[in-house]
Design a protein around this ligand. Sequence first.
Ligand code: ZL4
Ligand code: CA
Ligand code: ZN
Length: 399
Amino acid sequence: STHIRPHSKTRVAYFHNKDVGSFHYGVGTGVGAVCKGASVYDTKKTGHPMKPHRLTLTNDLVINYGLHELMDVYCPRMATEAELLEFHESDYVNFLKKITPQNRDTEFADVLGNFNFGDDCPVFDGLWDFCRIYTGASLAAAQKLCMKDMEICVNWSGGLHHAKSYEASGFCYVNDIVLAIRQLLKYYVRVLYIDIDIHHGDGVQEAFYCTDRVMTVSFHKYEPGFFPGTGDTTEIGSELGKYYSINVPLKNGIDDDSYVNLFRTIMTEVKDRYQPSVIVLQCGADSLGLDRLGAFNLSIKAHGDCVKIIKSWQIPLLVLGGGGYTIHNVARCWAYETSVLLDANLPNEIPGESKYLDFFEPDYKLHPHLVGRVDNQNTKTDLKRLTEVIFEQLRHLDG
Ligand code: ZL4
Ligand code: CA
Ligand code: ZN
């Protein structure tokens, strides 16, 4: 299938562990009963919104479109406990290692709350392995970039940006991004972290708030009551890290043109001023239109345009997943973005060989119409003012 990728020589490595898609964020008792089949569990009323099955769907599209033939495919190892301890506190790691749905209400009932476990971050079967699988993939991808024999590494199971060193948060238990960036810092001088998930990348921002060796930029919805509640433009970093944390707070319903223009304008200025040696891009797909938790209006093309812009700079790149709760669109988005990274052109028709073809009904297209549910509450004036505030902050980076 090389005909779909005529001229590109970019080397891309894809990290996928087949087991990652079979975990379920079940909420305590009765987990076994609701987890037997994805079709039963993945219904709106009973399930947690985070569904690892979306990673199986994504990989299925990648394979059925033949993209695996255009890149190096790795089944990465699991991260070790020692690797998790490079960022996370030992009390928390010990808890993660030991907690199970069976001991959660007895032995560990008192400490669940201390580590922020609850409805958002439930105990589920295989939690420890799940964390080590998605983190192992991000670490393997970062290590590959450190060896400098690959331009782009991809791990769609990573990007869990809310986890803190001492607790779980917002569906995230281990912060694979922080761990991957810490690995990159051993070989690269300056790391630029970009986060297009609809939620604020608070865990990554917090971890690198006081250093100028990592610049974090998050685009997100910022409204009273919207998780996690941080990410105002006033959060700019501190000490050596002052001016090295950037936040782009947005309102509901932002459309393709506004978002991509804003992204291009801000990120080009960030790149020119910061001159990153490597980039980590978190591609949370909950910024798409019609997401179950999100409220933006982006099409898959526009989301992918952000990836295209970063790829065009030809700086070593680690591409990660993140949020995304309307799972058939998550799979479409990340399969499309894999093709963007490969300069491959995919037909709009979803390949008929897919075992999961039913997920893509009724249109069976890669690019369905996702726009139109919420009004754009971001005015031209808002976005102009926002750009000015951020450009003013970026002026401090010279000299
Ligand atoms: C759910 O239906 O805003 C969890 C979470 C579980 C199943 C059964 C329990 C029902 C929506 C969300 C009660 C659920 C109450 N179940 C959840 C303040 C909150 C406290 C918890 O994309 N309740 C917390 C986290 C956000 C809050 C977003 C995004 C991750 C990422 C990267 C994390 N938490 C209010 C909500 C459900 C659930 C339905 C839910 N939780 C929606 N938004 C949140 O950035 C991966
Ligand atoms: Ca974000
Ligand atoms: Zn999110």
